[in-house]
Design a protein around this ligand. Structure first.
Ligand SMILES: [Zn+2]
Length: 334
């Protein structure tokens, strides 16, 4: 039998890593570290291992060689490297794409997990993707105007006013989880930080945006700013002067994300989850849903009509036939 570790709600092969898309705090730290390592340097070479990575035909990668890296910034969850004369390289890491800084130059790029290397005189920026699904992308763009297509239009929680935030969130009546993770509504937030923000704001992930009062939306906006800036600070401190090598959506310091079955740090109730599509939302019923345990399709199927409506009922069910670990649906593979 293999040894499995439970990490949050996911049973993981200890040798494997579970990947999730880097969000605003991770991207911010990547941008800052690339600035520190490579800004001001001249690009000496660009090596592509996989033809699918590059999604544009013009300008050619060769046109970037000999150009100075003048600025690094983000557009949503994309990282933009701005070279001289408005030549931009736009990188989207998607789920399993990660960046690395290698000194000296890494060995020849081979297309297993290493997809690209941008070589500077003092080191190389290397893109890897640890998945057979090739989702990470590189767009090469000439002219600032060419960057506009990458802006999905979501508000920046740090710079928008409370009115702008409210207008964006309530434009459509949908669940808070969906609104927060939609890049056309809010910029840079995904599955992990939306769980953390909603827990901080004490709002249910499945409350409808149209049902929120002005004050609740202000609390949500404040929670976005608080949680994201706390995490930017924390990830900055963790990476220090090195390049971030452990970019993950699961952190022991998180309150609810990836913490299914573990005690909520605010009240001690076990964190719950809803599995939907390929995602799951984690929340604390006491802090966020008035004690109600929300119906989860995967769990509902298992429990049929026995679906517990309250935390007390859930606890009773668990101490009975379902075992104490709370791992109802997904068990370890043997
Ligand atoms: Zn709680």
């Amino acid at each position: 039998m293999q040894a499995w570790t439970q990490y949050g709600s996911l049973f993981l092969d200890p040798k494997k890593e579970v990947f999730a898309m880097p969000e605003l705090p991770d991207i911010t730290v990547y941008v800052e570290r690339i600035q520190a390592m490579a800004q001001g340097q001249v690009l000496q070479g660009i090596r592509l291992a996989n033809p699918f990575l590059l999604r544009t035909a013009e300008p050619a990668p060769g046109e970037f060689i000999g150009r100075k890296l003048e600025q690094v910034f983000r557009i949503g969850k994309r990282i933009v490297l701005g070279f001289s004369d408005e030549h931009y390289a736009v990188i989207h890491l998607m789920i399993a794409g990660r960046l690395h800084w290698r000194v000296p130059k890494p060995p020849p790029v081979r297309g297993k997990t290493t997809l690209m290397s941008m070589d500077f005189s003092n080191g190389s920026l290397v893109l890897t993707e640890a998945s057979s699904k090739r989702r990470a992308s590189l767009h090469l763009v000439k002219g600032r105007k060419g960057l506009e297509v990458f802006d999905r239009g979501g508000v920046d929680v740090f710079s928008c006013s409370s009115e702008e935030f409210r207008e964006a969130i309530t434009r459509q009546n949908r669940t808070l989880k969906r609104a927060l993770t939609d890049p056309t509504v809010v910029d840079g937030i995904g599955n992990a930080y939306s769980d953390e923000i909603l827990h901080r704001a004490r709002l249910s992930p499945f409350a409808l945006t149209g049902s929120l009062g002005v004050e609740q939306i202000e609390i949500l906006h404040a929670a976005c700013k608080e949680v994201l800036s706390e995490w930017i600070d924390r990830l900055r401190a963790q990476s220090g002067s090195a390049f971030p090598e452990k970019v993950t959506a699961f952190h022991p310091e998180m309150a609810v994300h990836g913490k299914y079955g573990q005690p909520c740090p605010a009240c001690g109730s076990p964190v719950q989850r809803i599995v939907y599509a390929e995602n799951e939302a984690n929340y604390c019923p006491t802090c966020q849903t008035g004690g109600k345990v929300l119906a989860d399709r995967a769990l509902s199927r298992l429990l049929k009509n026995d679906w517990p409506k309250t935390l007390d009922e859930l606890e009773r069910l668990r101490s009975g036939s379902l075992g104490e670990d709370g791992a109802l649906g997904k068990g370890p593979k043997e």
